[in-house]
Design a protein. Sequence first.
Length: 490
Amino acid sequence: MAAGKKYPEQVCIEEEKNEKYMEGNYDGDADQQYKQERADKRRSIQMEEDIRASQEAVYEKETERLSYEQKAVGEAFTKIMKEYVEDNIYQQYLVDGAVLRCNQAMTDDMVFTEWGEKVVLENKADEVCNIILNVPENPVYEDDDSENSMMINGLRYATVKDTIKNVNIIVPKCNCRLAADRDEEEKRIRNDTDRNKNGVCMHLMRLNEEWDNFEVKDKEGFRIKYAKRVNVAPSPFSAGAGRMLDGSEDVVEEEVEGITMTSVLFCKHGGLIMPVTSGQTEINNYNSEIDDNNLGIKDSTRRLIKQFEGNPFVTPRINSNGTFTIGYGYDFTESGDPETFSKFFRREGNSIIVVRNLTQQEIDESIDLAANKNSITKAIDNFINATGNGNKNKPLIMNQNQYDALFSYFYSNGAYVFTEEIYKQEINKGGENKNRAEARKELRDYLIEENGNYNADEIKRLFVNSKGWNIKYDYKTRREEEAEVFMCDP
């Protein structure tokens, strides 16, 4: 059949679609455009479901967290659900500087032509996928202390209208999991001589006109309204983006809904841009918070791991060996952890699609997941309680700071770092492996023998000398800081 000639079903079939989530922008011959449109219609329906599912998951996590923190049940919990939408008392409304992430962003190589041309990023650090929400144009009024004030702690609120590419949403220098499926997209990538520096997102991103706010209903079934904020937008008579770009006054102001941690911005290429942080909170430096006398993984433990482990996988990673990684190094398989898989991935034929990014709470929880999977938590408990993992002599006297430092040490070196089996294995290798094994044994024995009567200089020496598992690195900075935390007063 000649190219461009319509098939019979092309005339007869009218598929269901959701215009709000259509990409459009069809090109090529008539057959290509028809196939693109059909695929677009099917995806638009699926996208509506994906957005709702992503929002429900985040909202459930957020309300569970708040219910626990506020000790709220029954009517009190219902009140929290309503307040989460209407007010900003839980720091969930997004402000200037919020960190966002697209669920299709990646740093892996991307093939963008049928003959195998690739974009290989020069910078493969995970943070290149982050998007910083930028809303400096939104107004601030003097002496404004109303409930709809446009600032909180000196930061401007964002709104559902803050969707202008490279004004509000600064395009990240990353690649995309979704193929360049339009001729013009492929052409733009090919013509970019700095594509390995820029990535492909700048050539594929086309944003919806508004963010999607999660619909929450009250007991009577009415939609709970989000707090209104003032948005600045280009005037319909403006030639560009008004004062947002060139300082002119050719803009209009309108009162629209703010956006929260459950809001989603649809990229017409197929990605979902979701908040990682609201912009209202910062990751604090290590500061021990002992809320009871029981040792265990606490916020202070997680902060220490986040300090050392670098940037987490906010967008779930599909590994080449068929496993998956989220957050701070939690690796799993679909069969081994089907619940986590279903949260972040979906199968489409032979392909696996990333459904959504991790929330901040899920990123933090990934530390616990990784520690439990790798037996870190059990190993430390055994070592402290003298039930194994290098200590069957006597239970150890420890405070939360010391627990945190040891947790970081085990997280870095493995659950069996202090065991005799590992010691003998590494001794037999000789060289640097032997030196480090002897240094770890010296640290282990000191911790057991002195049992609470530790000397700060000696602790520092032993931590630093033991270095780390990978002999390519000396881990000096991490060991010094672990030793410092270990000797901090509780």
